[in-house]
Design a protein. Structure first.
Lengths: 197, 198
């Protein structure tokens, strides 16, 4: 009995020290990791869909608390007005969550652009939702509150051939972002105004 | 005398017991991460760091770790260092992290750190364990890099993402696929055995 307790305490001590150490490393690197993710994954996508804006959307960003999560919004300034916001939502793909950045015009509620950021779809098949620009271009100019669906489900979006599940995931992410947009529009518009043009 | 032994512990990892070719350990990342030289080299360095740190720590604590739960303790130590590597890579070399993805956390169950902890660090002093870890790690790094150089040049006509032969060389795409990795590794093992026989 005494021996069992000794073993138990040994493993417990090891795990406790390890846990504490990892928590320290995690909190020390968290900010940099977030920055790297913005720079290498979301950054190129956001700059792509906000092309032509006169500011740097990666620095003109703000956060809004939505329930339990903090959401980041990136503002694009067009014609001297901060009238476009881009933000990320998730949809269920074939191999896990698909991250999709959607940019919306605050005045017309129309989609300015859509881009896929992180995904774990099959390379060469599902991954084409990211690599084929013609697919995400279909969302451009549509009202954000449209119930986007692929044609096979009775919608109007042409799925990437052979990648219906991944295409469905992207549609799902856009629909999810429409819900976020609807829920938070007032505070988004409020905060976007304060971005200097 | 003692100094010579330490050097021998270091040297054995580089040639006579080089992990993937002689001990045939740690093959999963050897096959998966040698598509490009940058991947292979990065993976090797990550393993080296984990190996050196876990070897030294386990050797220092070898009198404290109870024999009955040593494997559990080893895994906790190795996993801690692996996650430190993973977070550091995410913070500083994000593009490399994106390419290596799942293979970084998998170092935890890689046979090499656990194998060295059990076979060497738990029975030897800190200096010898440090030398053993460093030797094994560098041997692993060199092995991966050599394999990656062969595969990347033949399969992709690039070296560290730079073109090698300007024209007239048709890349042998088979080499960068999974079966190509097996064939290439098999040939390397064959070569090592022939060299070892004399």
């Amino acid at each position: 009995m005494r021996k069992t307790i000794k073993l138990f305490v040994a493993v417990l001590l090891f795990s406790a020290v390890s846990g504490g150490l990892l928590a320290a490393v995690k909190s020390a690197t968290q900010e940099r990791i977030e920055y790297q993710q913005i720079k290498f994954v979301k950054g190129p996508a956001i700059q792509e869909i906000l092309k032509g804006c006169s500011n740097d959307p990666l620095t003109s960003r703000f956060k809004i608390q939505d329930g339990k999560v903090d959401r980041s919004f990136f503002v694009g300034v067009f014609d001297g007005k901060p009238n476009t916001v881009a933000f990320e939502s998730l949809g269920k793909g074939f191999g896990g969550d698909i991250g999709v950045v959607v940019a919306v015009n605050l005045n017309t509620d129309e989609i300015v652009g859509v881009a896929v950021t992180t995904h774990r779809e099959t390379p060469g098949v599902g991954s084409r939702v990211r690599s084929e620009p013609a697919f995400v271009r279909q969302f451009k100019g549509q009202p954000i509150q449209d119930p986007f669906k692929v044609k096979g489900d009775g919608g109007k979006i042409d799925a990437v051939s052979g990648a219906t599940v991944s295409s469905r995931g992207v549609c799902g992410a856009v629909v999810a972002s429409a819900e976020v947009y609807k829920r938070l529009k007032a505070s988004i518009a409020e905060k976007a105004k304060s971005i200097k043009s | 005398m003692a100094k010579k032994t330490v050097f021998q512990e270091f040297k054995k990892g580089l040639w006579s017991e080089v992990p993937p070719y002689r001990l045939v350990l740690g093959l999963c990342p050897t096959l998966a991460m040698t598509k490009g030289v940058d991947n292979g080299f990065g993976m090797g360095l990550a393993v080296t760091f984990v190996l050196v740190c876990s070897n030294v720590l386990i050797s220092a604590l070898r009198k404290v770790i109870p024999k009955d739960v040593r494997i559990a303790c080893f895994i906790v130590v190795v996993a801690t260092f692996v996650i430190i590597v993973e977070l550091t890579m995410q913070a500083f070399t994000y593009p490399l992290f994106l390419q290596m993805g799942i293979f970084i956390p998998l170092i935890v169950v890689n046979c090499i750190p656990l194998g060295r902890a059990e076979a060497f660090a738990y029975k030897n002093g800190m200096v010898a364990s440090f030398a053993d870890g460093l030797g094994m790690g560098l041997g692993y790094t060199i092995s991966l890099t050599v394999l990656a150089i062969i595969r990347e040049i033949l399969g992709n006509n690039t070296f560290w993402n730079h073109e090698v032969f300007s024209s007239g060389f048709q890349p042998f795409a088979f080499m960068v696929t999974a079966p190509g990795a097996f064939v290439c590794l098999g040939l390397m093992l064959c070569l090592m055995n022939m060299l070892g026989k004399k």
